[in-house]
Design a protein around this ligand. Structure first.
Ligand SMILES: Cc1ncc(COP(=O)(O)O)c(C=O)c1O
Length: 466
């Protein structure tokens, strides 16, 4: 398995792609003059395109997914064996891998007890939203139906999850959205002036940022608010790590007003933040819902889950004679056995190879390297992150914190690719705030590879900003 893959002539594939494939998040005009990039093969941390060009992948499949790296024979074999035995049966019934993975997962999530299978991050979030709405009807006469979401957070691309979308640019031209979703302010310390909290720092800032959520609850009426949905670390909105004291206060506020806490771990879940399996576990929170998708099976199969507590689950089975008294929802492909089979192997790999620890150590090195680059490159205004989920915010001026343009950010990403390293960036999400480079290499990344990533960034910044 060592060495480059052998070159093949993929011109027909390129032609078929250009003629018929509609790429995600992509303005196709450029393909009238250029070829699309087709990723053909991956091994470990590296991928190859149709021309045989090799890239070090610093964003795990571009969107923080392939946590255990490419070419894991063990996952492929387990999935192949399971598919021959039973590929699918609707999850109205049980399956062997479904039961096994649910047990493994719950062992890692003290306080949680039930796993609901679906197949995308958006879908898992929709499941939680539907549960919240049904609870509002069952327990509160339909009144406690509002779902709070945070500025700059993202929960998916369906109309329902976009209604809970804090990235305004993503939502443009897709409205109107359903009612009952209410925005709360973000908690980004680097941009605390925007929140009117410029005078505060550290814990004082964290508590005050959480109190802004309480203000919204009081304005809306606590008896109308059913849930608060937050990312543990905001991902595409600019890698926003929560300030000290924030989560404790958020939890207190939820308890005070009987509001269910929904943590969207679609990006952070299953190892990405290091040390713990989940982002929320860094902050001692007890959520009511945890949704996850990307890293659950590292993209070897499509799977997402909405995990909840026994207390929530119990609310859906009190009266068997009431035909509405259960969660009336199905996800056809939530019954695919490939997902949980791949997820089991994925979790075992993380455990057996000590990848939570590697994630923490390599994340610290990545942040350290990027901070060191701040001396040379004034354009790096802030470096933040948790584990192997790291962002570098680029600004024109460190004093004013004026962001660089999205076009400049795109040039840095392109310059890194020219150096053979694929990095990510916030894009078309928050107006005038799409100025963050994103790094989320697989949890298997080595010191040498981290250094290779930051060396490419160093060169790219030199090229774009001088
Ligand atoms: C935090 C978060 N939640 C939900 C989603 C939606 O996941 P999916 O694209 O699988 O629907 C994403 C996707 O990037 C995400 O970053």
């Amino acid at each position: 398995m060592d060495g480059k893959p052998t070159a093949n002539d993929l011109s027909e594939i390129v032609a078929a792609d250009k003629a018929h494939v509609w790429h995600h998040l992509f303005q196709h005009k450029v393909l009238e003059e250029n070829d699309p990039r087709i990723i053909v093969e991956g091994r470990g941390m590296r991928v190859w395109d149709q021309n045989g060009t090799e890239y070090l992948d610093a964003v795990s499949g571009a969107v923080w997914t392939v946590n255990v790296g490419y070419g894991r024979r063990r996952i492929v074999d387990a999935v192949a064996e399971q598919l021959m035995k039973l590929n699918y049966f609707a999850a109205v019934n049980g399956s062997i891998p479904g039961a096994e993975f649910a047990e493994m997962l719950i062992e890692k999530m003290p306080g949680m007890s039930r796993v609901y299978y679906a197949n995308s991050g958006s879908e898992a979030n929709e499941k939680a939203f539907k549960m919240v709405r049904q609870i509002a009807h069952k327990k509160y006469g339909g009144k406690k139906y509002k779902i709070l979401y945070r500025d700059r957070d993202y929960h998916g691309g369906t109309i329902g999850t976009m209604a809970a979308g804090g990235q305004i640019e993503r939502n443009m031209q897709f409205g109107p959205f359903p009612d009952g979703f209410v925005k709360v302010p973000h908690c980004m310390e680097y941009r605390k002036d925007e929140l009117g909290l410029g005078h505060l720092s550290g814990r004082d800032f964290g508590v005050a940022a959480a109190n802004l959520i309480e203000e919204v609850i009081l304005r809306e009426g606590p008896d109308t608010v059913g849930a608060l949905c937050l990312e543990p670390v905001t991902a595409g909105g600019g890698v926003i790590t929560p300030p000290e004291g924030y989560w404790e206060r958020v939890q207190e506020i939820c308890r005070k007003y009987d509001i269910l806490l929904h943590i969207d771990e679609v990006v952070c879940g299953v190892g990405r933040t290091g040390t713990h399996w989940f982002g929320y576990q860094h902050y001692g929170i007890k959520p009511d819902f945890v949704t996850m998708a990307k890293g659950v099976a590292s993209g070897y199969a499509a799977i997402s889950v909405c995990v909840t507590t026994e207390e929530v689950f119990e609310m859906f089975k009190s009266d068997a004679t009431d035909k509405l008294d259960y969660f009336r929802d199905i996800s056809t492909f939530g019954g695919c056995t490939a997902g949980p089979t791949a997820a089991i192997e994925n979790m075992k790999i993380i455990e057996e190879e000590g990848l939570l620890e590697n994630c923490t150590a390599m994340g610290a090195r990545l942040q350290g390297n990027l901070r060191a680059l701040m001396e040379k490159h004034q354009v790096i205004g802030d470096v933040r992150g948790l584990g192997l989920f790291v962002g570098a915010e680029l600004v024109r001026d460190r004093e004013t914190r004026e962001p660089v343009s999205e076009a400049e950010i795109a040039q840095v990403v392109a310059a890194c690719a020219a150096e053979g390293v694929i990095i990510g960036a916030s894009n078309r999400s928050v107006p005038d705030r799409n100025n963050c480079l994103c790094f989320a290499p697989a949890l298997i990344v080595t010191e040498a590879e981290i250094d290779e990533i930051t060396a490419a960034v160093d060169k790219a910044l030199g090229k774009v900003f001088g």
